[in-house]
Write a protein that binds this ligand. Sequence first.
Ligand SMILES: CC(C)(COP(=O)(O)OP(=O)(O)OC[C@H]1O[C@@H](n2cnc3c(N)ncnc32)[C@H](O)[C@@H]1OP(=O)(O)O)[C@@H](O)C(=O)NCCC(=O)NCCS
Length: 169
Amino acid sequence: MEVRAEKPEDVEAIHRMNAAAFGREDEANLVDQLRGGISTFSFVAVESEQIVGHLFFSPVAIAGECADNLFVLGLAPVAVLPNYQRQGIGTFLIQHGLKECDRSGCKAVFVLGSSEYYQRFGFISAKEKRLRCEYLVPDEAFMVLELESGALNGCTGPVKYRSEFNKLG
Ligand SMILES: CC(C)(COP(=O)(O)OP(=O)(O)OC[C@H]1O[C@@H](n2cnc3c(N)ncnc32)[C@H](O)[C@@H]1OP(=O)(O)O)[C@@H](O)C(=O)NCCC(=O)NCCS
């Protein structure tokens, strides 16, 4: 299994695999809308020349107090084809993606999801960093990983995703 950056010819397969993993088109459409935006990152997991996993990052903004121009990203969505789940592909994709975010100068990554799943990568509740999600979600579901230790010190307030996320139910 190989993890690599998305290529132009992957676009349709990525759409199909997100729709299959989530059982609806919303996340697949979201990726199509966000793709190509500034500071977006898209990775695929490939096995036997088939795209079996996909991971996307897009910029988020700390709308409260924070250092100017702090480069922070949101991890979403991540998906693995149903028949390939629970084989470590999601873990491998996320570990690879986080390293690439770090290499690109990103200081912290936010994620909204299962704390049980994301804590294995070092994510902690964003509340511990005095940051909250713009959406009404349980505190433990909105998490952050500092790629540079202390990068979020002094930051506080709501964290905003790109407006395209507002359509996700
Ligand atoms: C979430 C997802 C990407 C994980 O990919 P994966 O390749 O199956 O994950 P891994 O094999 O690396 O890890 C499997 C572990 O994650 C756990 N896990 C998977 N999905 C989980 C979830 N939604 N909540 C909690 N734990 C989860 C499994 O219990 C398993 O734990 P174990 O290793 O202790 O048995 C995949 O299940 C998926 O595509 N789900 C549908 C889409 C989705 O919900 N994406 C996340 C929201 S953006």
